[in-house]
Each structure stands twice: as C-alpha cells, then as structure tokens.
Design a protein around this ligand. Structure first.
Ligand code: 5GP
Ligand code: ZN
Length: 137
C-alpha cells in the first residue's frame, strides 16, 4: 500500500526504532510511548486489520507478541502489560495496517478503557453463542 505509514516503516522508507524482525512481523517502538517500553507488533505484508490476516500472519503475530512481551517484562519490570489491538475506526484504530500494542502498565498510569458491562441473562448469552457457533461449524 503506497500510502500506508506502517508499510513505509516495513520498507524502510520512513525511520522507526526496531526491536525485532522476522519473515512476517516487525516490532518497533510506538512513537507515542503511552508508557516506557510501549511496542507495536505489525505484520509485514499489508493487512488492514485482523479480518484481513491470513492464518500464517496471525500465528506469526501471536508468536512475536509472546516473545517481545517477555523481553519488555525483563527490560522494564512493569506491574502489568496490556495487549491492545483495534480493528476499525469504531474500535479506535487510527493506522489501518494490522498491529498489536504491547503496553507496559503501572498502577495509576492514567491509561483508561471504559468497560460498560450489560450483564445480560444466560439465555441471551446462549443466543449470542449460537450465532457465532453456527459460523464456526
Ligand atoms: P491504533 O491504530 O492502534 O489506534 O494506534 C496506532 C499507533 O501507531 C499509535 O499509538 C501511534 O502512536 C502509532 N504511530 C502512528 N504513526 C507512527 C509512526 O510513524 N511511527 C511509529 N513508531 N508509531 C506510529
Ligand atoms: Zn500497510
């Protein structure tokens, strides 16, 4: 994608601070650094979001997240780590090239995600599950 900022980072056309690279993924420092050690794991071949990944890319991204998360933990000793990944504008995605945030967390760090639970009855849950299961069959 000629106009995609992360494709340009993968191609080396704009600079980034890389921490890991393999066949399918590139991990680099998020420019915004919500907390020190905030890393993005992106796929190399352009895919806008989770839905556009093939299985090989999905597996590679998960593997890189797992590996880099361990390194962040050793390097920064955070109290926690949030794994955040947005698909679509409504989900808060701003760069439309698949990436996962590995975000070291500390108590009181100001990071917020509201979680407006609905706590529906069990029959409602079962109805939701049936809709999904029908498409996994
Ligand atoms: P999201 O799409 O998940 O909301 O977030 C995109 C992330 O990409 C942001 O956290 C932002 O700081 C980061 N970002 C945007 N442009 C660049 C860039 O040119 N270089 C780097 N390293 N990070 C970027
Ligand atoms: Zn791209």
């Amino acid at each position: 994608m000629t106009d995609c900022v992360f494709c340009k980072i993968v191609a080396g056309q704009i600079p980034s601070t890389k921490v890991h690279e393999d066949q399918h993924t590139l991990a680099f420092m998020d420019i915004g650094q919500v907390n020190p050690g905030h890393v993005l794991v992106a796929v190399k071949r352009h895919a806008a979001n989770l839905f556009e990944l093939d299985a090989e890319q999905a597996e590679a991204a998960a593997r890189t997240c797992h590996r880099v998360a361990q390194a962040i933990r050793e390097a920064f000793a955070p109290e926690g780590l949030s794994v955040y990944q947005a698909n679509g504008r409504a989900a808060g995605q701003t760069v439309y090239h698949y990436h996962v945030h590995l975000l070291p967390r500390h108590a009181g760090d100001g990071m917020e995600l509201t979680w407006p639970v609905k706590n529906p009855p069990r029959e409602t849950l079962a109805g939701y599950a049936e809709k999904i299961k029908a498409r996994l069959a």
